[in-house]
Design a protein around this ligand. Structure first.
Ligand code: ZN
Length: 123
């Protein structure tokens, strides 16, 4: 099989995957999502992560964050539990947790605090 054909086939596959990955992005423009987001931010207008800091920081929330990453799951997207977040918390903390699978940080002994950190998961 000629290399150019293989490359074209690979590109076609990756275009298909990209389209699939992006399809859920359109859900953010639906009336149902905009209503859920508005309800969440009016119920809790402050960033929950900033409030949980010691001492608390009062920061207006601008993001309705999915507590469980929906990863394109329609039910989780439209019905999963939400949290109010400011953009810096959402963009750094939450997306870092989603990428790594656990929250960073450790106690005084150096042990990771996240119960789902690989060090804290019993084999
Ligand atoms: Zn925040």
């Amino acid at each position: 099989m000629p290399k150019s054909f293989e490359r074209r086939e690979r590109n076609r596959e990756s275009d298909g995957r990209r389209r699939q990955l992006k399809s859920w992005r359109a859900w953010y423009a639906t009336k149902a999502w905009l209503e859920r987001r508005r309800e969440q931010l009016s119920k809790q207008p402050l960033c929950e992560r900033c409030l949980a800091k010691v001492p608390s920081i009062i920061t207006p929330a601008t993001v309705a964050h999915h507590k469980v990453a929906h990863k394109g799951d329609r039910t989780l997207f439209f019905e999963g539990e939400l949290a109010s977040s400011c953009a810096p918390c959402h963009d750094t903390v939450e997306q870092g947790i989603e990428a790594r699978g656990y929250e960073i940080g450790c106690d005084a002994s150096g042990r990771p605090v996240a119960s789902d950190h690989p060090w804290n998961i019993k084999q």
